[in-house]
Design a protein around this ligand. Structure first.
Ligand code: AP5
Length: 211
């Protein structure tokens, strides 16, 4: 199989980052993630773009979407350098979905389906290892090594208030994107509420049978 071009959709906390890490290992593709790219550029000066705020970080810390102009440029550049990829965090509205059609074709469109209460629980309990970027959860997936546990950090937008706002923005802007691919008949639904290894089994099988 040539390196697949995979889009992974799902609400905040659905497990896109967790499953994208498995996909990159198994299928030898690039992980193109707008969330990580923007977190590395939170202080970038975008004041000349006629935007409401002067940096991406100001949008992110409130759970709002960063303007399309900024994100489209990041994705276009990253996809032009990748043969196969798993795209995570984009498109987040219909305008971005249309933009993506002009950038590349997709072999698989995955959707991780998870209920809202579970999403809140996952995000407020998520912790990151700042040294390795590894994702943990205080209850579902705590680190065994006490030294790692000691240095774990919570993402600034994982407080309950910002999580609720991110979910509202998701319902308003990104659910129509899920419907858009569903209407095209390309959406592959995966039950994202299973244990992480079982979600991975389903994701892997879906990619192998679709790509
Ligand atoms: P982004 O970083 O993309 O955040 P997100 O979409 O909100 O997704 P998350 O990373 O929070 O969740 P995830 O689905 O990856 O879950 P994870 O695997 O970590 O975006 C952040 C911000 O950037 C946005 O709010 C916006 O401002 C901006 N932005 C990004 N893209 C943009 C765009 N295109 N346009 C405009 N603005 C944009 O899992 C979550 C937790 O659950 C972890 O603790 C994990 O251990 C646990 N977990 C995972 N799977 C399971 C399971 N099966 N069972 C139990 N626990 C599990």
């Amino acid at each position: 199989m040539a390196q697949p071009r995979i889009l992974i959709l799902g609400a905040p906390g659905a497990g896109k980052g967790t499953q994208s890490a498995n996909i990159t290992d198994e299928f030898d593709v690039e992980h193109v993630t707008t969330g990580d790219a923007l977190r590395s550029n939170k202080q970038m000066d975008i004041s000349d773009m006629d935007t409401e705020y002067d940096t991406p970080g100001e949008y992110m810390d409130q759970g709002e979407l960063v303007p399309d102009e900024v994100v489209n440029a990041i994705v276009d550049e990253a996809l032009s350098q990748a043969d196969g990829f798993v795209l995570d965090g984009y498109p987040r509205n219909l305008e971005q979905a249309e933009e993506l059609e002009g950038m590349t074709d997709l072999d698989v469109v995955l959707y991780l389906d998870v209920s809202e209460e579970e999403l809140v629980h996952r995000l407020t309990g998520r912790r990151m290892d700042p040294e390795t970027g590894e994702i943990y959860h205080v209850e579902y997936n705590p680190p065994e090594d006490p030294e790692i546990e000691e240095r774990l950090e919570q993402r600034e937008d994982d407080t309950e208030e910002t999580v609720r706002e991110r979910l509202r923005v998701y319902r308003e802007n990104t659910e129509p994107v899920v419907e858009y691919y569903d209407d095209q008949g390309t959406l592959e639904r995966v039950d994202g509420e299973q244990a992480p290894d079982d979600v991975w089994e389903s994701v892997k099988e879906t990619i192998e049978s679709t790509a």
